[in-house]
Design a protein around this ligand. Structure first.
Ligand code: PLP
Length: 259
């Protein structure tokens, strides 16, 4: 059990007016920043999805973000998905919310998220994609395949998960050809540094890799269009380098008390 799960009731649905305003303000601030960054790089705002990273946030907090216009959410842990998904099911259905897994997925947890999340962003090998595809097929879930992104460790930081960039192209082609999964894009976590050129170099490398995959004409690669990159502190750089989906936690909900 993760420590913060013992400290916070993730099923809470009661939100004070003040907390509601904070989250609404957060969504508005992030939207403004996205609009400015898109304008600065000549991109259309409709090309960039704001996904709320909801780890440690309770049902009430997430619901405020959804009702403020957020239409994609991402959880890090299958356990948090299991706790929150049933309570958010009607909001998700009514508002048409896209539910992603953005954290690591162990083999024995795959069945816990299939049928709930539309996309698993944290796949780091063809072997893992094959395990997911097998389970998807054997469960007979509606839809041709489980959407996945290949996570690539572009920053090279030891603390980060994701596939080694040197292996990423080969792994991506293998995933694209795997039964039961659809390679829908790539994901990375930006380098944890303030040096703009270093952070942007990682994002640019992910974009170049996506372009190389999607133009390879290899089986299944035509769906690999999304670029999940950019968090609260590197929104503008990610948009300048072609991000199609930001993952924002702190910018929407404020600082995390745990993790
Ligand atoms: C927590 C998290 C985010 C959001 O981080 P913030 O800096 O709070 O915006 C994005 N991606 C992943 C994989 C995360 O775990």
């Amino acid at each position: 059990m993760v420590a913060y799960l013992e400290h916070k009731d993730l099923t809470n649905e009661v939100i004070t007016p003040q907390r509601e305003q904070e989250i609404r303000d957060g969504v508005a601030r992030v939207r403004d920043e996205v609009a400015r960054a898109c304008a600065a790089s000549g991109r259309d705002e409709s090309e960039v999805t704001i996904l709320a990273a909801t780890k440690t946030r309770d049902v009430g907090e997430i619901r405020v973000a959804l009702h403020a216009g957020i239409r994609a959410i991402g959880e890090n842990r299958p356990q948090e998905i299991q706790i929150k998904a049933p309570l958010l099911a009607s909001d998700i259905e009514q508002l048409g919310v896209d539910y992603h897994l953005i954290g690591q997925l162990q083999k024995n947890k795959i069945n816990k998220v299939l049928g709930i999340v539309s996309t698993i962003e944290s796949v780091d090998s063809a072997q893992q994609a094959a395990q997911i595809g097998q389970r998807f097929v054997s469960r007979g879930i509606t839809g041709a395949a489980q959407k996945v992104f290949l996570e690539v460790n572009e920053s090279g930081e030891m603390s980060k998960s994701g596939c080694d960039p040197a292996q990423a192209y080969e792994q991506a082609l293998a995933i694209a050809a795997t039964e039961g999964v659809e390679l829908a894009g790539l994901m990375t976590v930006g380098a944890h540094v303030s040096d703009e050129s270093r952070v942007r170099a990682g994002f640019a490398a992910l974009r170049d890799l996506r372009d190389k995959i999607v133009t390879s004409e290899q089986p299944g690669t035509q769906h690999c269009t999304e670029l999940s990159m950019g968090m609260t502190h590197d929104i503008a750089w990610a948009i300048a380098e072609g991000s199609t989906q930001l993952r924002i936690g702190t910018g929407i909900f404020g600082a995390r008390a745990f993790i």
